[in-house]
Design a protein around this ligand. Sequence first.
Ligand code: RBF
Length: 354
Amino acid sequence: MSYKRAGKKGTIIILVLIIFSFNAFSTFAAGQKEAAKRKQGPFDVAIFVPGVVAGSPLYEQLVSGAKKVAGELSNVTIKVVEGGFNQAEWQEKVTSLAATGQYELILTSNPAMPFICAEVAKSFPNQKFLNVDGYLAGNPQIHTVLYNQVEEGYFVGYLAGLITKSNMPGATPELKVGMIVGQQYPALDKMIRPGFEKGLHAVDPNISLDFRVVGNWYDANKASELANSMFDAGVDVILPIAGGANQGAIKAAKERGKYIVYFDSNEYKLSPGVIVGCSILKQEQVVYERLKAAVQGKLKYGEAEILGAKEGYVDFADSDPLYVKSVPKEIRDKVSAMIEKFRKGQIVLEVPEL
Ligand code: RBF
């Protein structure tokens, strides 16, 4: 009996000990977790937008990709800073972000930014940068991702060539296609324009390109004027790469019954029937993947990636119902056959040195 009672007591003591040690362990574990969290701290990201977000497809994707990461990882904070259109101020603005010492990463997008970041990096050796839509290899503080925009230009060029040769309402007998850009820069002159022309000439070498420059990334009235004068000269389809000014070209095309091929994002819905083709850059995905890697300490600074159609980051929105509705099947079949070869890596267009 007594033995049994002593046994019961023993069991109770052991149970109490187990509960106590379990509590102690979980307190210890929580403490460890807290310490790890403190050590990690929040991962603060400053997004420097060189311009304004609204109306610029790649900047919209830049912000949405980063917000997706912040939505998933509770230790990531995002601050979006719009640098505005005075490019002379950008370096100073990035410098003030770095000077706060608060941001684990400065994230930005466009081909001019790696050089600005490299300048700022000299004064802030602990500051890291992720620059998408740009190229700079070998700087240990900067990771860049460039898209194969020769291929991207080719996709919409090929479609524009087929449209200008077609009997679509609004297509003129002249073999003239237009391009309206915000400003000229190496990625445009060496990748986008040559890719676009290569696409046009794959359809017919006699197609000519009417190329115009707005002079900034916001003046929609100027873009509209340019588009109208191009339509007067027999142009029937225009590729605008002019940020917020794109709206002016779209409006003019709508009024004149002409066509727009769009760059970087699926935006048929902006003007169904007028926007008849959209090339796609998977910038949102790139930002999501690379930013996540940065947070996890896996991003390789000093590396400059180049991503194209074969890798799945440059594409054309050929299954959107608005595309299917606006473009005759005969043209769509030709475009899809071409795109498929790029997707499979059977055709790869070379990216030149910028
Ligand atoms: N693209 C835009 O859509 N909006 C802009 O405000 C804009 N600003 C740019 C400023 C500079 C200095 C450079 C080099 C490019 C800019 N781009 C802008 C072009 C952008 O990086 C990209 O090349 C095009 O959007 C085509 O993908």
